[in-house]
Design a protein around this ligand. Structure first.
Ligand SMILES: *[C@@H]1O[C@H](CO)[C@@H](O)[C@H](O)[C@H]1NC(C)=O
Ligand SMILES: *[C@@H]1O[C@H](CO)[C@@H](O)[C@H](O)[C@H]1NC(C)=O
Length: 477
């Protein structure tokens, strides 16, 4: 009772009628990012290129006098013929979407750099499938007055039908509209995998389909009422994605227990059923506590589009080596990418570290026995990151800061903080260029000073994203 009155005072109107969030278990496609004893530089460099390509598909531009991120128009193609994002890409974090009647299970990739919610249906035979003609609840009536379901959206190969989706943990089923995209037969994209894609970017300026976002529909239908989603990882391949709030520690424990039971039963096929099994009243109480003191909030800043915030400081072994660094949060990047100047300042504080020669000069090595103690500082809050062992069950030196030894028998390990090359060679938005903004937008995509804080961070910190107020909350795991 005492707790209850306390909660009512502190939460005020926020939680008067707080609806519980929806929790999805998520996993990394293809398993954990490899943690071999000896680092495979060829592989690591390939993975860096993949990250760079994902960032290179957008550019900065203006809407009125506001700087925004926008999809690039590939040369020689029809405007908007392709959607941002890679359905079915190895390394994407994904949840299992339950849709239709009878229920079809479709892999739904999460992407913090894109803003559309769509299902991609190709004839490649790869990926996971949604078959509209197999679903009794597939409806052609559009929810939106703007488009006839049978007429294309602004992306010519997409339509906007609706179907029932079945939500885990709250156990409700609701009709939801989405973009259903089928590339025309002659296009190369018919060779791509099928699957669902959930864009989680901070702003709809990145939306190409211009359909109503999934979370907005859930709010309209009174399924959730807190405009927040959150992510936390349990290890390199499992995590929890929550819509309408955050997951409390008991939910994460329940999730792990469920996995243990499944593992014991030897029933690996069931592991990704997208449902967090058990919930107690205590979970719900804790979920309501979004405004509690342990959440530290930072305002989103920079060009509108992604979850970019300001990191107040970076500390190495107890000394502050950098301050006021803009960072973009992105769970699908397996590294921490730093602008070259920042990366070098960082490693100059790591004893006996050195930069590798080209073509591997984006990497720095340090003595495996002595990984640095790193703290990230946000609005009045310091958190130690990248500490502890690497994946369990593998012998790998250098702690979680390590990508593996430089060579067999070497005492040097590669650091997971790598130099970004993203400020270079990425062109300016044509509209901005035509408007004569060359100097103010030099560097093009605005990423030359920005860190990309990737997956490793989501194991240290639970992150909540408030897409209405455009702010990011953090809490130690
Ligand atoms: C290193 O990675 C490359 C590219 O992914 C791969 O072809 C090669 O087999 C890997 N080498 C080792 C020793 O695993
Ligand atoms: C980025 O994309 C442009 C085309 O839009 C291409 O010319 C350039 O080489 C790409 N840069 C990188 C680093 O991938």
């Amino acid at each position: 009772m005492r707790y209850l009155s306390f909660a009512l005072v502190t939460l005020g109107s926020l939680a008067l009628e707080h609806l519980p969030p929806i929790h999805y278990t998520i996993s990394r496609r293809g398993g954990s990012f490899p943690a071999p004893d000896i680092a495979n530089l060829t592989y690591l460099l390939e993975q860096l290129r993949v990250v760079e390509q994902r960032y290179n598909s957008t550019t900065r531009d203006f809407i009125g006098n506001k700087v925004v991120r926008k999809p690039k128009r590939p040369h020689g193609t029809q405007a908007l013929s392709t959607l941002l994002g890679d359905v079915g890409r190895d390394g994407n974090w994904l949840a299992s979407l339950h849709i239709g009647d009878p229920i079809q299970e479709v892999d739904m990739d999460l992407d913090m750099l894109t803003a559309d919610w769509w299902i991609f249906s190709t004839s490649s035979g790869k990926g996971s499938f949604y078959l509209d003609f197999n679903s009794k609840t597939y409806g052609k009536t559009s929810l939106s007055f703007r488009f006839d379901a049978e007429s294309p959206l602004s992306v010519p190969t997409c339509r906007e039908p609706k179907d029932i989706i079945h939500l885990p943990t709250i156990k409700r089923s609701i009709p939801i509209s989405f973009a259903l995209c089928r590339p025309a037969k002659q296009w190369v994209s018919t060779l791509l995998p099928s699957g669902a894609y959930l864009g989680l970017a901070a702003s709809t300026v990145l939306s190409q389909t211009k359909t109503v976002p999934l979370m907005m529909q859930m709010i309209e239908k009174n399924v959730i009422n807190t405009p927040v989603w959150s992510l936390v990882l349990i290890n390199g391949k499992d995590g929890i994605f929550s819509i309408g709030g955050t997951s409390a520690p008991p939910v994460r424990r329940a999730k792990m227990e469920t996995d243990d039971e499944l593992a014991r039963a030897g029933n690996h096929g069931m592991k990704r059923d997208g449902v967090v099994a058990s919930r107690s009243a205590a979970d719900i109480e804790m979920e309501a506590d979004l405004s509690a003191n342990e959440w530290k909030w930072s305002k989103v800043q920079g060009a509108e589009g992604w979850w970019q915030i300001l990191m107040r400081g970076i500390w190495v072994d107890g000394s502050k080596v950098l301050e006021n660094q803009p960072i973009v949060l992105d769970i699908n990047t397996p590294f921490i990418l730093a602008p070259p100047v920042a990366a070098r300042a960082f490693y100059s504080s790591v004893s006996w570290s050195r930069q590798l020669p080209p073509p591997y000069d984006q990497f720095h090595a340090y003595p495996c026995f002595n990984p640095p103690k790193i703290h990230f500082e946000f609005a009045g809050w310091n958190v130690e990151v990248l500490k502890g062992k690497r994946e369990q069950g593998t012998f790998s030196p250098g702690g979680r800061f390590s990508l593996g030894r430089m060579a067999s028998g070497s005492g040097y390990c590669l650091g997971i903080v790598v130099e970004s090359r993203m400020g270079k060679g990425m062109s300016l938005g044509t509209e901005a260029a035509n408007m004569g903004f060359k100097t103010s937008m030099e560097g093009g995509n605005g990423l030359e000073d920005v860190w990309i804080v990737g997956e490793p961070f989501f194991r240290d910190v639970q992150v909540a994203f408030n897409w209405k107020e455009k702010k990011v909350g953090m809490q130690r795991v």
